[in-house]
Design a protein around this ligand. Sequence first.
Ligand SMILES: O=C(O)CCC(=O)C(=O)O
Length: 238
Amino acid sequence: MLLQGFEMPEDDKNRTDFSNPPANLPPDPSLVRPEARELRGFRVYEGWLTPEEQAGLVTDLREILRKAPLFSPVTPSGAQMSVRMSSAGNFGWMSDAKGYRYAPHHPQGSAWPPIPPVLTALWGALVPQARPPETCLINYYGPEAKMGMHQDRDEGDLSQPVVSVSLGDEALFRIGNLERGGKTESLWLRSGDVVVMEGAARLRYHGVDRIAAGTSLLLKQPGRINLTMRVVTPSRVD
Ligand SMILES: O=C(O)CCC(=O)C(=O)O
């Protein structure tokens, strides 16, 4: 039940047949990746992942979520988030009455599964100077889910980037300022798009206002997956 939003189409003729893609495709040297465009310091790579890579990633995610099922986090003030979450990597992001934090275990007690190699390769290609990612937060948005404006600041080393991958239905992504409030700008993120938040833009407020259900054929049901890779631990001072 927890995996339903991620199942690939098997018998729907209107959808591309990605039903049995290889989990990790070999790099194709002839593949030309898109250049970034910049919006308020966020680097946006439209269509960075090919449809085949997206489908392979969904296969990887299905396996991850079998071991670390999605759960519905509750904010410290007691509100249930509309986005369901899980994680891969050494840590997973958690929220409950005790606050926001990273934890080494899923709420059910198991370690988080490893981050899929296609994602660590993407990180290496787009932020080669960064430390390796220590977590990949998996956000699942149903058609009604959204995410309020927030900063990503629970990590121990804010000099390290956040790399965000969109899969499935389009999302209206809003970028704000370094402090709450003020004018904002929005863009639609589509399946395969990647956003890099780093440097001066790392702490910009951002959020997701809505999902345009049914705009992608990648997932079996309407909805969106967002993956954000981050470094969690403080940098070592030797
Ligand atoms: O879903 C998105 O595109 C953004 C996710 C996000 O802001 C977060 O996980 O902190």
